[in-house]
Design a protein around this ligand. Structure first.
Ligand code: MSP
Length: 680
């Protein structure tokens, strides 16, 4: 299929991965999205017609299982998380043009079409899968690819699996992929990731890829063989083109925006984006994206963030405390883009205080205060410049060029370093020119007065330019600065290209005092508070792991992969200390009565006796146990679990069960013991 050449069109299509709705998003997830947003904003400011896509990757066995544990349908389960995800992006000022869900009808239909097209073409064929499978990474591995018998990506255990499946002829695209990557040096960035793909995966050889599953049904059905659902990575990767209408009646946006300029992804999913995705595109006769950029991870406590370790940092809390511009700045400034970096509360508060409150915030407030004090806030036309002002003008012109070079290469931290070169220079300029000294002579000396006006002009003009250059990173702060500069209603002074036009701030403009842009944080107090929050999150995670772990992890997935949070949500989740375990209180409980929960075929409402007290618990066991058979049973209750509301009913704890596939049995006691007995 021919796609119109877009060389002369200024379109810019940028994507984030579509997120796996596994719970609340943590700060690591915000990293990719905030970076993509900064780039999208920059390109818009530069006049590109930008298409910025994000969304959610909602199918797969893991979701199905989590939903079942909660006693809701997979769709109900994801709907709630997706709503939270959208809220978070709003809170963080993410300016995506579209939000795709893989449960969107248009996407489902287009994926079915893609699958059928590849089948008709002979690139997908039916066979049987036998091999190794890593559930958390949702990856298939051959014997030789395993490292010490474990998943080479995450080091976790893999399982031998066998299942009737459809296969994609990935092996056919091995050489074309190598050729493409070698002849397009920018396709995989940073370059280390390109070498890794070539040396570790492509050159050793590709095997055909299993692209359907039969052991669960929460996925896109294969239209011509309905017991199969499409492999989630084929489903998920296709979002980049289905979002544009590919495979629908109206593919005008696809023609306009495809191929993408960049897929921004975390390093662990570069392999899917630079091998499977381009091979699928080649099979569909479609052009490949210009670039896949694999950034590093934000690490915490020396490892990946993981909900089950309780070390995830909630971006909502940080945004509420310090404002989303500060958090965005930190994310994009702290770690060289492409490398891993460590998140610490100390570093966050340090950056906010040093770079934002001290450097930028003080520069603006000092400048505005001086302009008010010396010139009643109004820029005087009677101003004199020296070589120092010319040097600063030259520096800002250099900064403008450098910021563009860095942004063109997705080097956000270095772009910010450039901008802060300007901030520091202006602060130093205040110290060097000592306007308060000039002001003393200004009353009687017109030359000193003119020089003072020149100094103020250089400061205000520099700040105006900074307000333009920071806009991709910090969408809220520029307006605050411009209000203080008196140019909030003057868009002609704040467009991107005006940052290269030194001397644009008009004489006669009046500044206005405003609030501090970034109030200084009491570091000691804040760190203590953040530490307390982290400790509470860790304790909650430990008790959840102890209480829910058995039933939740009882079954490992079967063949051929399913959606997983490949950024390592669950790694070494099951290791807890005896102290962690001691936090979970469990007791024997006797079921006094049981009834079905109205409007749910999975939930039972159980009234339990603990001897000296009673509890009610809503439990997802209605498919396996009738209310009648529950009466009189002795079950194990996690009795210090925070109460939850399920289908409008308060549930005071959780009873333990073991499950495998659709089979589920209650955990009970081996012998007669009174209700209330402690489990230890
Ligand atoms: N659903 C897949 C992507 C399919 S794209 C066709 C997926 N989802 S995810 O929710 O697990 O991850 C989404 C993005 O968040 C990835 O780019 C991942 O690298 C990023 N991050 C998740 N945790 C992270 C950190 N701690 N640090 C930086 N980014 C990480 O993968």
């Amino acid at each position: 299929m021919a796609v119109k050449d877009k060389k002369d069109k200024k379109t810019y299509y940028i994507t984030t991965p579509i997120y796996y709705p596994s719970g609340n998003m943590h700060i690591g997830h915000s990293y990719t999205t905030v970076a993509a947003d900064a780039e999208a904003r920059y390109r818009r400011l530069k006049g590109y017609d930008v298409m910025f896509l994000t969304g959610t990757d909602e199918h797969g066995q893991k979701i199905q299982r989590k939903a079942a544990e909660k006693g809701v349908t997979p769709k109900e389960y994801v709907d709630e998380i997706v709503a939270n995800t959208k809220e978070l992006w709003k809170l963080m000022n993410v300016s995506n043009d579209q939000f795709i869900r893989t449960t969107d009808d248009f996407h489902v239909k287009a994926v079915q079409k893609i699958f059928k097209t590849l089948y008709d073409k002979g690139d997908i064929y039916k066979s049987e899968y036998e091999g190794w499978y890593c559930t958390p990474c949702e990856s298939f591995w051959t014997e030789t690819q395993l490292v010490d018998g474990k998943c080479p990506d995450c080091g976790r255990a893999v399982e031998r699996t066998r299942e009737e499946s459809y296969f994609f002829r990935l092996s056919k695209y091995q050489q074309p992929l190598i050729d493409f990557i070698e002849s397009h040096p920018d396709f995989i960035q940073p370059v280390t990731r390109k070498n890794e793909m070539l040396n570790n995966f492509l050159r050793p050889g590709l095997e055909d890829l299993c692209v359907s599953r039969t052991s669960f049904d929460w996925g896109i059905p294969v239209t011509f063989d309905e017991k199969h659902v499409v492999y989630v990575w084929v489903d998920a990767l296709s979002n980049y083109i289905t979002a544009l209408g590919y495979g629908s009646d109206d593919d005008s946006r696809f023609k306009k925006y495809w191929p993408a300029q960049v897929h921004l992804v975390g390093k662990e999913i570069v392999r899917f984006h630079t091998i499977i995705w381009p091979a699928l595109l080649m099979a569909l006769d479609l052009p490949l994206p210009e670039q896949v950029y694999g950034h590093g991870w934000l690490l915490i406590d020396g490892g990946k963030m993981s909900k089950s370790k309780g070390n995830v940092i909630d971006p909502r809390i940080l945004c509420a405390k310090y404002g989303s511009d500060a958090i965005r700045y930190f994310l994009l400034r702290e770690v060289p883009f492409g490398s891993d970096g460590v998140f610490t509360n100390e570093a966050l508060i340090g950056r906010i205080n040093a770079d934002l409150a001290n450097d930028l915030g003080n520069l603006v407030s000092r400048t505005v205060s001086m302009q008010l004090k010396y010139f009643n806030g109004v820029q005087s036309a009677d101003k004199a410049f020296t070589d120092a002002d010319t040097d600063i003008a030259r520096l800002f012109s250099e900064i403008y060029d450098n910021v563009q070079t860095q942004m063109d290469a997705l080097q956000f931290p270095t772009a910010l370093v450039e901008i802060w070169r300007g901030v520091s220079r202006l602060n130093k300029f205040i110290d060097e020119t000592a306007p308060w000294v000039l002001a003393k002579s200004a009353a009687t000396d017109p030359e000193a007065k003119a020089r003072l006006a020149g100094v103020m002009y250089t400061l205000l003009e520099g700040i105006r330019i900074i307000s333009v250059l920071i806009e991709p990173f910090m969408p809220e702060t520029p307006a605050k600065i411009r209000t203080q500069l008196g140019i909030i209603d003057r868009p002609e002074l704040t467009g991107w290209e005006t940052a290269s036009q030194w001397g644009t701030y008009p004489d006669g403009t009046e500044v206005k005092k405003g609030d501090a842009l970034f109030p200084r944080i009491d570091a000691e107090k804040e760190l203590e508070e953040l530490e307390k929050m982290n400790a509470a999150a860790k304790a909650a995670a430990a008790s959840a792991a102890a209480g829910a772990g058995n039933a939740g992890n009882a079954e490992k997935a079967g063949a051929c992969g399913d959606t997983a949070n490949s950024a390592g949500e669950e790694d070494d989740a099951n290791l807890i200390t005896i102290d962690d375990f001691a936090k979970v209180q469990m007791n024997v409980a006797e079921v006094i009565s049981a009834e079905k929960v109205e409007g749910s075929d999975k939930l039972l409402l159980l009234k339990l006796s603990l001897g000296d007290q009673q509890r009610q618990v809503v439990s997802g066991i209605a498919k396996q146990y009738s209310p009648e058979e529950m009466k009189g049973k002795k079950v194990i209750l996690v009795s210090n679990l925070k109460p939850a509301v399920l289908k409008g009913i308060r549930s005071e704890g959780m009873i333990l069960a073991a499950s495998k596939g659709k089979k589920l049995v209650l955990v009970t006691v081996d012998g007669d013991i009174p209700a209330g007995a402690k489990i230890s």
